[in-house]
Design a protein around this ligand. Structure first.
Ligand code: TRP
Length: 495
């Protein structure tokens, strides 16, 4: 008997936990600022409605209707589609190996926050003291500062996944609301600091000419796919634990809305604080903005050091936020893989969890080494820009055209609260695949004309080829492996 979510809403909360991740705090605010400020919200919402939400509904439907993780759900939709499911799962595997490394850094900083250990030069602290960065291409051993928290991070994920869907349902009751509350606190703290309004101005001052800029639209679609955790097979796996006939469309709207809300509020927290820092250092806001690891582990910590009251407390709250944001995204990725393995090889959850955790832990060790940051960036870059687009594209084309977007929509409408119109078919068959193709081509093009900053060309090439080839080859073997179906009563038997 397939596991089930144990309380109503557990599924939505877990899906929100997966979607709300580091991207909400360190990617979204920066993209907004960089792509027209407040005016960016227009392309963003359009991208959400024409690509994000339809694709999310599609994944929810696949999981719920065919009762399986990505490979099984797709295979049951149509023979041979399983291959794409394995790509999704393997992309997820690639991501979780380094996502957990970042989770480890946040734990390390959490400890450091009690004494504001990073001081005023958080950059030196991060690269020199914590990561002990070596030259690109080297591995150069493990710093204990990152190895230890990495191990702790995996222990957390292991036990959570081990505890099954029931345990997941409980854990997300904490890991989803907690960072939300903390972001509210950080936001209020930020807004009550001097200079906060300059920061807000930077964040949201609308530049309406941006709407006529194609690259802004690309950024909007890219951010939507990223932030909703689409095309990694996670939402399919989560939805596979839904009882038959549970709502699809309303759940998809709620999940995306919650994710966007958190991103927007996190932006206020980040930019008000950034404004304060610029004010203190007497430089323009544009000089202190940052995104990615630079925001979470350098710029924001530096701003914390400058805070007038209880900076240690803010530091602790901030890194608890980062940790909990990342944790539920990381275990959702692990669950997506574990679920697929259980489906295919009829394995027990305990076995699959041990297998996947140990394997991902070992692979991830590469990113924990002193040269690991470069590999991390590279793998992140490849999986996010190629893996996600390719998987999303194939899913839309196969399910939208071969299986039939209208069949998916018919099913959604049979069981959902919110009626879904013909726009769904148009989005899945035309708009989303076209956008994904554009994103893919642009990524390849950019990759060729401007090698990813700071890396020796060979590394970039080797990294990309290895990542993509591994996905194609390993996915093939998974597909070819013999499926061991459990005797599951009629559940998946659909025409
Ligand atoms: N949505 C996550 C975030 O905002 C990032 C992400 C993309 C992700 N794909 C994922 C997280 C798959 C977990 C699983 O940070």
């Amino acid at each position: 008997m397939r596991e089930r979510w144990t309380w109503r809403g557990a599924f939505v909360v877990a899906a929100v936990g997966s979607a709300v991740g580091l991207g909400n705090i360190w990617r979204f605010p920066y993209v907004v600022y960089d792509s027209g400020g407040g005016a960016f919200l227009i392309p963003f919402v359009i991208a959400l409605l024409t690509a994000g939400i339809p694709l999310m509904m599609l994944e929810f439907t696949l999981g719920q209707r065919f009762a399986g993780a990505a490979p099984r759900a797709l295979e049951r939709a149509k023979k041979g589609f399983e291959y794409v499911g394995w790509w999704a799962v393997l992309c997820g595997f690639g991501i979780v190996t380094y996502y957990t490394v970042i989770l480890g850094w946040s734990l390390r900083y959490l400890v450091g926050a009690f004494t504001l250990e990073w001081g005023e030069e958080a950059g030196d602290y991060f690269f020199g003291r914590v990561l002990q960065l070596a030259d690109p291409g080297q591995l150069a051993g493990f710093p204990l500062d990152t190895l230890l928290p990495y191990i702790i991070g995996w222990i957390c994920i292991f036990f959570i996944i081990y505890s099954g869907v029931k345990g997941l349902g409980r854990v997300v009751m904490v890991t989803v609301p907690l960072p939300f509350i903390l972001i509210l606190i950080l936001m209020i703290r930020g807004l009550t600091l001097e200079g906060a309004m300059d920061g807000m101005n930077f964040y949201l001052a609308p530049d309406f000419s941006a709407i006529f800029d194609a690259s802004v639209w690309i950024a909007a679609y890219g951010q939507v796919f990223y932030t909703l955790s689409l095309a990694m097979g996670i939402l399919i796996a989560y939805a596979s634990y839904l009882p038959k006939n549970s709502d699809i469309s309303n759940n998809a709207f709620m999940t995306s809305f919650a994710d966007c809300l958190v991103a927007f509020l996190a932006g206020i927290a980040v930019f008000s604080t950034t404004g304060y820092m610029a004010y203190q250092l007497d430089v323009p806001v544009g000089e202190v903005v940052a995104s990615g690891v630079g925001l979470a582990f350098v710029a924001y910590p530096e701003a914390i050091s400058l805070m007038p009251v209880a900076p240690e407390l803010i530091g602790v709250l901030f890194f608890i936020t980062i940790f909990t944001l990342g944790l539920d995204s990381a275990f959702s990725l692990t669950e997506g893989i574990v679920c697929a393995i259980m489906d295919k090889f009829n394995m027990k959850r305990s076995q699959a969890t041990v297998l996947i955790s140990v394997l991902a832990f070992l692979v991830g060790l590469v990113f924990v080494t002193r040269g690991g940051l470069f590999w991390l960036d590279l793998v992140d870059f490849y999986i996010m820009s190629y893996g996600l687009t390719v998987v999303g594209l194939f899913t839309c084309i196969l399910v939208g055209w071969v299986y039939g977007a209208d069949r998916i929509r018919g099913y959604i409408n049979e069981i959902s609260e919110v009626y879904v119109g013909i726009w769904f078919d148009i989005c899945i068959k035309f708009i989303t695949p076209i956008i994904l193709t554009v994103l893919l081509v642009l990524n390849i093009y950019e990759n060729i004309i401007s090698p990813y900053e700071g890396y020796p060309g060979w590394m970039q090439l080797v990294g990309g080829v290895i990542v993509m080839a591994a996905i194609l080859i390993v996915g093939y073997f998974f597909m070819k492996a013999r499926t061991r179906e459990a005797e599951e009563p009629e559940e998946g038997e659909v025409s």
